[in-house]
Design a protein. Structure first.
Ligand code: ADP
Ligand code: X15
Length: 398
């Protein structure tokens, strides 16, 4: 593979896999553009050399092909702004004639944004034929999508093989993310606390076992906690739960105990009678969430419990909000955990926060400058910390 900063892109068409999986509101406005701004230096260097850039990304998890909600067209105007007015064209398809024509007509100094890769199921399947079609669009492959590096998908883990070794490389963001994570991985001061939350339960629950090898404490909040609570026989009402993962949750609790790792669960919740900003709410013990009510945030006792452990930690890894922080009524848990991390950081701990929504939360609270490092990767960062070689990284190096 080549080193990005040594490569002269003059006259080249670089296909750049970015992670533009940014949160959007109901009006399709970007509510946190961290992942887009993080890719700007890579794009600008290619353009400044006299090359052109073909950007490819996924957005969300579309299940049934093209849908307006998940279209990358919603990002075009903001991208033009971030790139100081350069020409950004949009191709309404990521492969085939539309994409090929647009890529072929691209002039040096111009950017082309392709439509959502996940509108094709071949992307997530890591389909070779699909990857080959994507690779036809440009002569250099740059992977700058750290947030998606843990996915063995066509654009992240398969495409690279269609390029000669000197025409594939990591972008500046990927280099910076990996460099930082490696520093922490090999020199993490103890106690090491990992904090997990959010909604991607089945993805991230598997990570917990491997994190037990590295972390002294694992705090579980957010939507992820209820699968554990239910596994312990508690009534969780209509809270988020992955019923197929109940046995696994029990196994993880037993393994943590055997290993002497503290696995800390919330003891209370702010429960709501519907998933809505104007829901009726009550603070309840996690022993007994009333039927029909759902836990949408951790409660005050959980905040105190989590904060105590966080404050005693020297290394803190955080992915996944403690509640539905996008709604004011359910943001206290996430905000309080962020505050505890900021305090520990001020006292000398190293803190790493990652993940699309976690970073959005930290930005919303104005705390991004007060943690040690903000990563664009959530699941990717966690898997990196398990010591795994991520598929998106392995493919470029191969
Ligand atoms: N108790 C909960 N019930 C339902 N959704 C939750 C709960 N707690 C957090 N969430 C949601 O989880 C989402 C973020 O999850 P995830 O994608 O795993 O995090 P990240 O993007 O930081 O990696 C947020 O949109 C948040 O509203
Ligand atoms: O948002 C992402 O990951 P994250 O939720 O771990 O931060 C990445 O864009 C990967 O998305 P995916 O988990 O749908 O594969």
């Amino acid at each position: 593979m080549s080193k990005f900063s040594d490569f002269n892109f003059k006259g080249h068409k670089a296909v750049v896999r970015v992670d533009f999986n940014v949160p959007l509101n109901d009006q399709f406005q970007i509510t946190d553009d961290t992942r887009m701004t993080a890719a700007v230096p890579t794009i600008k260097k290619i353009l400044a050399d006299g090359g052109s850039v073909i950007l490819m990304s996924h957005l969300g998890r579309p299940k049934d092909g093209p849908t307006d909600k998940y279209s990358l067209k919603h990002l075009v105007n903001h991208l033009i702004k971030l790139l100081d007015g350069v020409t950004v064209k949009f191709a309404a398809d990521c492969i085939g004639e539309v994409a090929e024509k647009a890529a072929a007509g691209l002039q040096p100094g111009e950017v082309l944004l392709l439509e959502n890769l996940r509108f094709y199921k071949e992307e997530e399947k890591g389909d070779k034929g699909f990857a080959e079609k994507l690779s036809k669009l440009g002569d250099v492959y740059v992977n700058d999508a750290f947030g998606t590096a843990h996915r063995a998908h066509a654009s992240t883990a398969v495409m690279a093989e269609f390029y000669p070794a000197d025409k594939r490389m990591f972008g500046l963001l990927m280099e910076a993310e990996v460099g930082n994570a490696e520093k922490v991985l090999h020199g993490a001061a103890k106690p090491f606390t990992a904090i997990l939350g959010g909604a991607k339960v089945s993805d991230k629950i598997l990570i917990i076992e491997n994190l037990m090898e590295k972390a002294n404490n694992i705090i579980i909040g957010g939507g992820m906690a209820y699968t554990f609570l239910k596994a312990q026989g508690k009534e969780i009402g209509s809270s988020l739960c992955e019923n197929e993962k109940l046995d696994l949750a029990l196994e993880l609790l037993a393994k943590a105990k055997a290993k002497g790792v503290q696995l800390i669960l919330p003891v209370d919740s702010v429960a709501a009678d519907k998933f809505a900003a104007d829901a009726n709410t009550q603070t309840v013990s996690n022993d007994n969430i009333p039927a029909g009510w759902m836990g949408l945030d951790i409660g005050p006792k959980s905040v105190a419990l989590f904060s105590e452990t966080i404050q005693q930690s020297k290394t803190i890894l955080w992915n996944g909000p403690m509640g539905v922080f996008e709604m004011k009524a359910f943001q206290n848990g996430t905000k309080s955990v962020a505050d505890a991390i900021v305090l520990a950081t001020a006292q000398g701990a190293f803190s790493l926060v990652g993940g699309g929504d976690s970073v959005a939360a930290v930005n919303q609270f104005g705390l991004a400058e007060k943690v040690s490092y903000v990563s664009t990767g959530g699941g990717a960062m966690l898997e990196f910390f398990e010591g795994k070689t991520l598929p998106g990284i392995a493919a470029v190096k191969a």
